[in-house]
Design a protein around this ligand. Sequence first.
Ligand SMILES: N[C@@H](CCC(=O)N[C@@H](CS)C(=O)NCC(=O)O)C(=O)O
Length: 211
Amino acid sequence: MLTLYFSPGACSMASHIGLEETGAPYEERPTLLAKGEQKTEAYLKINPRGKVPALSVDGKVIVENTAILTYLARRFPEKKLMPDDPVEAARCIAIMTWFSNIVHPAYQRYTRPERFAEGEAAQATVKDLGRKAFWASCQEIDALLRGKTWMMGEQYTVADGYALVFYGWGVRGGFPMNELTAYTAWKDRMLQRPAVRKILESERNVLVTPA
Ligand SMILES: N[C@@H](CCC(=O)N[C@@H](CS)C(=O)NCC(=O)O)C(=O)O
């Protein structure tokens, strides 16, 4: 049995989309960050770091989007969610690692500067640097998508669902995402995918739910 712990609107949407794309049955366990449910004793037994997502596979827990998505692609190879070629597969994992290590923390510095610095002036600097770094990452994603259908080219992969998290965060954070023409055209293609649309609607994502 596959059980996904996630919070609507959080980075866990990447794993939620990846899981839905496999077509496999799974159980959903919403773990609402807004209510602090990621810090409850029960959830800390799932992920002691108090973060979503977490995927339980017959009771064995996998954390980190990149690991969960790589697992799903390997568990369901017939779904072709990652390139077969080892070099292309490694490049797909590298994109997800960049999302996790660089893009996500940049947005966090922008929205939660108090986690990185003390005092108003220092936090304002962290916030501003986070905003610039996040926007630079969005521009880089836009450049990567130019001339391509999906992040990895012609093949849709688990990296695509992950990239959609940041488009949504950009909209939510007031960034001019429409200026990023390749990223925006790709986002429109993503919204045509039944699995993506289903998850965005169930999470009431800003990309499908009017503000
Ligand atoms: N690198 C991790 C990041 C996980 C993460 O930071 N999740 C956030 C939601 S976007 C979270 O659970 N935050 C709760 C908290 O920090 O209290 C991944 O990709 O899975």
